[in-house]
Design a protein around this ligand. Structure first.
Ligand SMILES: Nc1ncnc2c1ncn2[C@@H]1O[C@H](COP(=O)(O)OP(=O)(O)OP(=O)(O)O)[C@@H](O)[C@H]1O
Length: 288
């Protein structure tokens, strides 16, 4: 695994500082995790330790196994080898402990026959309706409580999905490209909302994204998966909120993009290793 040399000089980073204080979040210890489909190994003995309250982004080319890793963390799939163990403190492992975990997808997955508030309160007793209203307020949609999901915009539907996750007060929030279908402006607004709620609530967050800029804007660490392995685990120690125009931000973005492009699949004779891609990378705009 290669790391930015600057990382080695960082004695303390934001995540370490955060893990020193009590948090709602859980530790996620991923040990030697492998997953095969029909004999084809998608993840190969992946190891990753996510601290309580840390925000980790997973990037990588399409098909590299990002969503598979997220589904394994969520226990929606079973590993071929290895394990995911949770714990309540930085060094802790509590085998069998199942934290309150919520997952958000690119599609909001709201029930079209239930109104917005009922979608947020799904599966909860009537007594929880005030909490659902409060969650809707936190995402700025309290006044849309009585409407049908169909009349909301894509961004608003994702806000409702976020409220539905928050109402359960998660210890672990898994985000599988939840902003992938949104326009650029809505996407940035949603990133800011997710960041502020994460800071207030203190849950652990694992985000899968194709967008390196989004990963750097939100995460304490950016992890790159290539060929089923973690090949980069990069600390992002930039002050929050992170301004995209900041030179340190742009430098980090260029560094991570260049790491992605070092991969043999991007060699000049491959379909993606063309001049236009390199040019876009030089403009630091490309999202994998
Ligand atoms: N249920 C399944 N059965 C068979 N193969 C699968 C299954 N789920 C995933 N795969 C394969 O595993 C590989 C990784 O898939 P995964 O969805 O994790 O990739 P990804 O990195 O999230 O991709 P993308 O960025 O395009 O969403 C792909 O080759 C995919 O076809």
């Amino acid at each position: 695994m290669q790391n930015n040399p600057a990382e080695n000089t960082q004695v303390k980073n934001a995540a370490e500082r955060r893990s020193a204080t009590p948090t709602r979040g859980v530790r996620v210890a991923i040990n030697g995790l492998s997953k095969s489909y029909a004999g084809r190994e998608v993840l190969k003995a992946v190891a990753l330790d996510v601290r309580p309250g840390e925000f980790v982004a997973i990037v990588g080319r399409s098909g590299c196994g990002k969503s598979t890793l997220l589904r394994l963390i969520a226990k929606l799939e079973t590993a071929t080898h290895g394990e995911v163990v949770f714990g309540k403190d930085a060094g802790g492992r509590q085998p069998g402990f199942a934290p309150e975990t919520r997952i958000m997808f690119q599609d909001s997955r709201l029930l079209p026959w239930k109104r917005v508030l009922s979608n947020v309160a799904l599966g909860l007793p009537k007594a929880a309706l005030p909490s659902a209203s409060q969650a809707l307020r936190q995402v700025g949609l309290e006044e849309r409580a009585g409407e049908w999901p169909a009349v909301l915009s894509g961004g608003q539907r994702q806000r409702v999905a976020l409220a539905r996750a928050l109402v359960h007060d998660p210890e672990l929030l898994l985000l599988d490209e939840p902003l992938g279908a949104l326009d650029a402006l809505t996407r940035i607004e949603m990133q800011q909302l997710i960041e502020s709620l994460w800071q207030k609530r203190g849950f652990t967050a694992v985000l899968v994204t194709h967008d390196v800029q989004e990963a750097i804007a939100l995460a304490d660490r950016v992890v790159l998966i290539e060929d089923g392995n973690i090949t980069l685990d990069q600390i992002i120690d930039l002050p929050r909120p992170r301004a995209r125009g900041n030179p340190a931000f742009a430098q980090m973005e260029e560094y991570i993009l260049s790491r992605v492009l070092q991969h043999p699949a991007n060699a000049p004779d491959s379909a993606l290793g063309d001049v236009s891609l390199q040019k876009t990378v030089n403009q630091v705009q490309w999202a994998i």
